[in-house]
Design a protein around this ligand. Structure first.
Ligand code: AHR
Length: 324
């Protein structure tokens, strides 16, 4: 090749490379570590995040599923750090044990967004913002609904002296399990509603069924109410209640949290009495925050999701409008 042709070819190549890297820089790379797929809620949360990322051409999402293990989430975050992503977001499976890895992200100057669940760390500069539900408030809403509606449903004409409640808790050490327990206990304190059994069903349908079977074995017909920290566990428990020969929603009043489609279907059949909403549709909020952050805007430390309470009486009308 002639010398001048070589020069033109090299210049063209250099220009293409520069344009390529400029284009690459236009992309915001986000590493997201998801807990797993333990519930219908979680599946809807993943869909919301993945589909929202796809709809924004300048976002590149690196998604990692931790299969319910904190160690996998820590590995994923370390790998995002070594890949030099622009932002790390994650939904922490449990509250504690995050300091070391969050410090590593801070040293690498990668901002961290908490999505859905909070962490328990001393230094709150280790994360930029926490977006998601107020889990304590959800527990309060479940307790308040129960206290306002139990007599009407189970004990018309009188007021109950003692109401025996069994509680299916979420994953041990997780923010929603801790907070939903606290919120419910706060509003029912000193009332007729007493928790006689409480155990984790790990937010899954299978575990919910298994633990409810054990509750029924030890307490039997003494159980008046089931308070489940999520709908999946309530749906599993319904199977256990029916197999035991009792009517869910009538013999045992059921209040749970999430407001997933399956809970609405169960409410239409009269098997769940109320579900408190916890929205998993956090994708748009998450990527708005990522873009604001990259544009140099300051984010609020806490972004709370707006949510409602759905008693069974509203289920048939609301079911067709549910998005998850
Ligand atoms: O963190 C939100 C909780 O996690 C949902 O209530 C539950 O269904 C999920 O697995």
């Amino acid at each position: 090749m002639k010398k001048w042709l070589q020069i033109i070819a090299c210049t063209l190549f250099a220009c293409m490379m520069t344009a390529g890297s400029a284009l690459a820089k236009d992309k915001i790379v986000v590493g997201f570590s998801q807990i797993g797929a333990e519930s219908a809620w979680r599946v809807a949360n993943t869909d919301s995040i993945v589909s929202e990322a796809k709809s924004r051409p300048h976002i590149e999402l690196k998604f990692s599923d931790a299969q319910q293990k904190q160690e996998n989430q820590i590995k994923a975050i370390r790998s995002f750090i070594s890949q030099g992503v622009d932002v790390i977001a994650f939904s922490p499976v449990v509250e504690t044990g995050w300091e070391p890895v969050l410090k590593e992200a801070k040293r690498a100057k990668i901002p961290v967004i908490l999505s859905d669940r909070a962490v328990d760390v001393q230094d709150d500069t280790l994360w930029v913002t926490f977006m998601g539900s107020d889990f304590v408030e959800e527990g309060r809403r479940a307790g308040n609904w129960l206290m306002e509606n139990y007599d009407r449903l189970k004990n018309p004409d009188k007021s109950s002296d003692v109401v025996n409640v069994v509680e299916l808790q979420g994953t041990v050490g997780s923010a929603p399990a801790i907070d939903r327990k606290d919120g419910f206990a706060e509003v029912t304190k000193g009332s007729a509603f007493k928790i006689i059994k409480s155990q984790s069903g790990d937010f899954t349908r299978a575990k919910g069924k298994e633990v409810m079977e054990a509750f029924l074995k030890s307490e039997g017909k003494k159980i008046d109410v089931l308070y489940a920290h999520n709908d999946d566990m309530a749906l599993g428990a319904i199977q256990a209640i029916e197999e035991y020969g009792l009517n869910p929603g009538k013999d045992i009043i059921i209040v749970s949290i999430d407001a997933v489609r399956g809970a609405f279907e169960a409410m239409v059949e009269g098997k769940i009495n109320c579900t408190v909403e916890c929205s998993p549709l956090l994708g748009p909020q998450l990527f708005d925050a990522v873009e604001d952050l990259m544009a140099g805007k300051e984010l609020p430390k806490r972004i709370v999701t707006n949510e409602g309470v759905f008693p069974a009486e509203t289920a048939a009308e609301t079911l067709p409008t549910r998005k998850y």
